[in-house]
Design a protein around this ligand. Structure first.
Ligand SMILES: O=C(O)C(=O)C[C@]1(C(=O)O)C=C[C@@H](O)C=C1
Length: 302
């Protein structure tokens, strides 16, 4: 059921009401108030009106339908990799990536006290699958079963609503305060440099000419022709034109397993002659090439 747990509802309603008055100032995000995506939104644009949506798909829909000016979406994590579904959702949304933001991620184990005010042992911990993956070793070592929830803060609200002392949530420390849980242990992520990259999506792409060329990045997806050396040739377009690729991921589209799609980030943007030449040559080796947007990098790669 796509409904926030009861302890989150009043906050969600008041944030939605504020965003409805000025949708162009609203940034939608997937998760309950207090989620990492909420915090990323506040860090990136403190003046924006954060609009909580049940999941990433709803957050993208909010921009498509004009309820928000932009959406803040996690795309990849330093430890646990790609955020599921995003590679399908972003191209299908028809929205453009206009910015990126990196945020250090820390998870706290939080719960309600049992009889006598003590905590644990816990049978299960609820959270977003990304957060559960980022704390996999911690949970395994303690025999706590990971249980998927739509988002981290929503999991905290859910544990509060259940009112049982043998279940916990993995969520940002702020969620404990918002939903009346107590932090049992802070920083339970397995790697302490745990970082998530978020992208901001809007209806209108950024004009590449308005981005400092030394800091411009471009994200795109492409499908190579199903023939020998197709990827080799596709990558050659960037190599021979001296364009630096900072990310390349493959994923399958459909069940034929013949049409491999790739998601890539490069340094530079259309308008730069080397980038224009690379894309022109890429078209030749591909069934489809789709630009998802050019934006200013938030962090130098390498
Ligand atoms: O559930 C949240 O708090 C989210 O914002 C989602 C999300 C993600 O999907 O990657 C965001 C950052 C962290 O990596 C963990 C969870």
């Amino acid at each position: 059921m796509r409904k926030f747990p009861q302890p989150a509802l009043a906050m969600v309603d008041s944030m939605r009401a504020a965003a409805a008055l000025e949708p162009e100032r609203a940034i939608s995000f997937g998760g309950a108030p207090g989620s990492n995506s909420h915090q990323s939104t506040m860090q990136f644009a403190p003046e924006a009106l954060p609009l909580p949506c049940y999941n990433f798909e709803d957050a993208l829909d909010a921009v498509k339908t004009g309820f928000a000016g932009a959406a803040m979406i996690p795309i990849e994590n330093s430890q646990h990799g790609r955020v599921a579904d995003i590679h399908f959702l972003l191209p299908e949304s028809g929205l453009a990536i206009v910015a990126e933001h990196f945020m250090a991620i820390t998870h706290a184990l939080m719960a309600l006290p049992g009889a006598g005010g003590t905590f644990g042992p816990f049978d299960a911990a609820y959270s977003h699958p990304q957060a559960l993956g980022q704390s996999r070793e911690y949970l395994l070592a303690r025999g706590i079963v990971p249980m998927a929830h739509a988002d981290t803060a929503g999991a905290a609200a859910y544990v509060a609503a259940r009112g049982e002392p043998n279940i916990a949530a993995l969520a940002p420390p702020m969620a404990a305060e918002l939903y009346g849980l107590t932090i049992v242990e802070n920083a339970v992520e397995d790697a302490h440099d745990n970082t998530t990259r978020f992208v901001l999506l809007a209806q209108e792409p950024r004009d590449p000419a308005a981005i400092d060329p030394a800091q411009a990045m471009t994200t795109f997806v492409f499908e190579v022709k199903n023939q020998p050396a197709a990827l080799y040739k596709a990558l050659g377009c960037f190599a021979t034109n001296g364009v630096n690729m900072t990310k390349l991921e493959s994923y399958q589209k459909g069940a034929s397993f013949a049409a491999t799609m790739f998601y890539a980030d490069i340094e530079g943007a259309p308008g730069n002659p080397a980038v224009d030449r690379a894309f022109e040559e890429l078209e030749f080796h591909c069934n489809t090439v789709r630009l998802l947007g050019s934006y200013q990098r938030a962090r130098k790669r390498g």
